[in-house]
Design a protein around this ligand. Structure first.
Ligand SMILES: C[S@@+](CC[C@H](N)C(=O)[O-])C[C@H]1O[C@@H](n2cnc3c(N)ncnc32)[C@H](O)[C@@H]1O
Length: 350
């Protein structure tokens, strides 16, 4: 059957309408998550009147949003304006473990929307939209605002758990004696590696970040002496002692010149057989799949990073390879995790 010009035209229009409506979808999702609608419905279906009462909202207005979420497959609407949870809304529950609901609230909160409004201007001025909109960096903002800070930490924990558990199923760290996580924050990743593979761990990060790491690592069920915490500035050098260095969403925080300094310090800290395992969401090159198995679109996420995060860039595999090659490394292994995270393993060139 041939496709007529009118049908093609309709398909193109459908695509654009879809993109326009995506922003309304995000807002409905954000509002319902913030109002605890998914938490309430996880305990059983409710009428719109009860939901409005529990959330101190106007029933007739709340209904408009929940009906839309029903049509989007997030909720199920039953006769008599009764709403019920679904598999999707269960994922958005925020009163238990860190969930995708926390990530939704972090990434769709008003300060982020305000940043997107500045994108066009910042393409001309070169500023970071989040900073132009909010007068401070996203890190300062989440440090200063209690609710935003709490949601941000939980959103990051969700993202780590989501991708790292899948990584550890397919990437074998047991062949390393000691693994060092550079820019490893509180030590979530290194704890999981040590626990799962029995190797020794090192955590390297800035002093103020690692302050609470010992307690956090022990809470993960890892013995205090299994992870050595070393504080410092990566631009001044890295400690020796590890035969593998992992960097998760660390190199992407820096421009090329800084990334090259970091890789030089990695090379100096590693023995001859040492490896660097780069953990990143990789932006696809032309012709490669544009959507990750978990639905993340790297090029779109890279735009969000440009809107909110100062410095750095999400890169393609070729761009990472160029940086590593220039630093005396060669790509030896690529492992995809079935989420948005990939592992690129680099060894030293003789
Ligand atoms: C984007 S976060 C990534 C954290 C963690 N790897 C993850 O995936 O969740 C970047 C990390 O780098 C650390 N960092 C920033 N500048 C640093 C520096 N100059 N030296 C060492 N660590 C630094 C930050 O404290 C933060 O923990």
């Amino acid at each position: 059957m041939t496709t007529t010009l009118a049908q093609k035209n309709m398909e193109a229009k459908k695509k654009v309408f879809g993109m326009i409506q995506a922003f309304w979808e995000s807002q409905c999702l954000y509002v319902a998550t913030r109002l605890d609608i998914f938490n309430i419905l996880s305990e059983g279906s409710q009428s719109i009147e009860t939901l409005a009462e529990k959330t101190a909202t106007k029933a007739e207005k709340l209904y408009v949003i929940l009906r839309a979420l029903g049509h989007l497959g997030v909720l199920e609407e039953q006769p008599g304006k009764i709403f019920a949870a679904t598999e999707v809304s269960d994922l958005l529950v925020t009163n238990a473990e860190p969930s995708i609901g926390h990530f939704a609230m972090h990434i769709i909160e008003p300060a982020q929307w305000d940043a997107w409004k500045e994108l066009e201007t910042c393409l001309h001025t070169g500023e970071v939209p989040f900073e132009r909109a909010n007068g401070k960096t996203v890190y300062e903002f989440t440090r200063d605002e209690d609710w935003s800070g709490d949601v941000f930490i939980k959103a990051m924990s969700f993202l780590t758990d989501h991708a790292v558990d899948a990584l550890l199923d397919v990437f074998d760290f047991s062949r390393f004696g000691t693994v060092m996580d550079v820019g490893g924050g509180q030590g979530g990743l290194i704890s999981k590696i040590v626990k799962r593979f029995g190797c020794k761990g090192m955590l390297f990060d800035l002093p103020y970040v690692t302050e609470t790491a010992p307690a956090y690592i022990q809470k993960q069920g890892v013995a205090a002496d299994a992870v050595q915490i070393v504080t410092g500035d990566v631009f001044e050098g890295l400690p020796t002692g590890a035969d593998a260095i992992v960097m998760k969403y660390f190199l992407s925080s820096w421009k090329d010149e800084d990334a090259l300094t970091i890789l030089r310090h990695c090379r100096e800290a590693l023995p001859k057989h040492g490896k660097v395992v780069l953990l990143q969401c990789i932006v696809p090159d032309l012709g490669e799949p544009t959507v990750c198995p978990d639905g993340i679109i790297p090029s779109l996420f890279a735009t969000q990073i440009m809107v909110a995060v100062p410095g750095g860039a999400w890169r393609t595999q070729k761009e990472y390879e160029r940086l590593f090659t220039a630093s005396g490394f060669q790509l030896e292994n690529v492992v995809h995790t079935g989420t948005n995270l990939s592992a690129l393993e680099f060894g030293l060139v003789d």
